[in-house]
Design a protein around this ligand. Structure first.
Ligand SMILES: C[S@@+](CC[C@H](N)C(=O)[O-])C[C@H]1O[C@@H](n2cnc3c(N)ncnc32)[C@H](O)[C@@H]1O
Length: 346
């Protein structure tokens, strides 16, 4: 969706992007200070909390680190507010309602649905109210923040990455796909474009996020079935899909919930069906400095489950759920995107 922001909103979003870019050289400065103090991937302790302590001691008097942390905190807390104000200035609500009503896609809600504890009242990304913080959070996060902020800060093309992971799948002819954590529909769109003949069912806990996915589907004429539910408890029939997949939802869940989600994927797949989950790089695949940095960014960025998820052996969980031919790896020689792919025995 092409959003023509008004000048104050555009300027405020551009400022957030510029702030992040301007703070980037500071990271190189404090990384040099760490090296000069003899703190390297090789000398850091194994324990993550001890690693944080060691680095914070070494950088206790570093101005570069202090300003870097401040800029990151400011951007984390402010980006959602700035995007919300930019959205509200547009007065788009009536247009959005028309796009939602026009079909062919639809959202199903379930009476008495209660989000799981690990999600409820958590302000993911330090955005006020988290994924449900605004009735139009799907458009604010999925369009404004993704296209005007994340896409400009994050390495690589965040939309091409979603399409790229799908090229790893062994088949081109899936007909019934279930996506866990569709959110505002970016990966759902990649699925629809890659497998145009497939019927797509998506789910998410957040209704405001699903409403944006609904509008995307309707704008393209895609008949997605979108369900508000927890992915690990979909209530859908056994063996009703040939592909179950997700893009960056696992790092928002504790280990026990990921285990349940894999078990649910196994139950929902027909024999011979495939599971493909793409998420953040496991700490075990990174050196100690890179893993510390990911942990530090996650802490500042409002990601309460990132560490637990990134220190989980996803391949082992997939095998525990009954999957075979399990692969857990990066693609194209890089560590991100990271995929966990597996097959339900035929
Ligand atoms: C980072 S977004 C997913 C991004 C999306 N797949 C894409 O490609 O843009 C994470 C989403 O997962 C949803 N979520 C978190 N835990 C979930 C769960 N257990 N079941 C379903 N959705 C969940 C959140 O509401 C949020 O919309």
């Amino acid at each position: 969706m092409d959003l023509n922001l008004k000048q104050p909103g555009r300027a405020a979003m551009d400022f957030m992007v510029s702030l992040t870019a301007a703070a980037r050289p500071l990271a190189a400065a404090w990384a040099s200070e760490l090296a000069a103090a003899g703190v390297t991937a090789q000398t850091l302790p194994d324990d993550l909390d001890a690693r944080h302590e060691r680095i914070h001691q070494a950088l206790a008097h570093s101005r570069a680190f202090a300003v870097s942390s401040l800029a990151m905190d400011f951007a984390s807390v402010e980006h959602g507010r700035v995007a919300t104000a930019a959205f509200e200035d547009l007065g788009l609500e009536p247009t959005l309602a028309i796009l939602e009503a026009k079909g062919p896609a639809a959202i199903e809600t379930r009476e008495g649905f209660v989000p799981p504890d690990y999600y409820r009242d958590v302000w993911f990304h330090r955005t006020t109210g988290g994924w449900d913080g605004h009735p139009q959070q799907g458009l604010i996060h999925g369009e404004l923040i993704h296209r005007h902020y994340v896409a400009k800060n994050f390495p690589g093309d965040i939309f091409a990455q979603r399409r790229r992971v799908l090229a790893e799948l062994p088949r081109r002819d899936y007909t019934r796909i279930f996506e866990m954590g569709s959110s505002s529909g970016h990966f759902t769109q990649a699925l629809a474009e890659t497998f145009p003949a497939a019927h797509i069912t998506g789910c998410d806990i957040s209704l405001p996020m699903l409403r944006q996915a609904l509008r995307t589907a309707n704008a393209h004429g895609w008949p997605w079935r979108l369900i508000q539910c927890a992915a690990e408890d979909s209530g859908l029939p056994d063996a009703s899909f040939d592909l179950v997949t997700s893009y960056i939802i696992l790092h928002e869940m504790p280990r026990a919930a990921i285990a349940k989600l894999f078990a649910e994927a196994f139950r929902l797949l027909e024999p011979g069906g495939h599971m493909l989950m793409s998420d953040v790089t496991p700490y075990a695949a990174q050196d100690r400095m890179a893993a510390w940095r990911a942990d530090w960014l996650a802490r500042h960025g409002g990601e309460p489950w990132w560490r637990e998820s990134a220190t989980t052996d996803l391949a082992a969980l997939a095998r525990d759920a009954g999957f075979i031919d399990v692969q857990s790896r990066g693609i194209d020689g890089a560590l991100y995107p990271w995929i966990t792919m597996a097959t339900k025995p035929a």
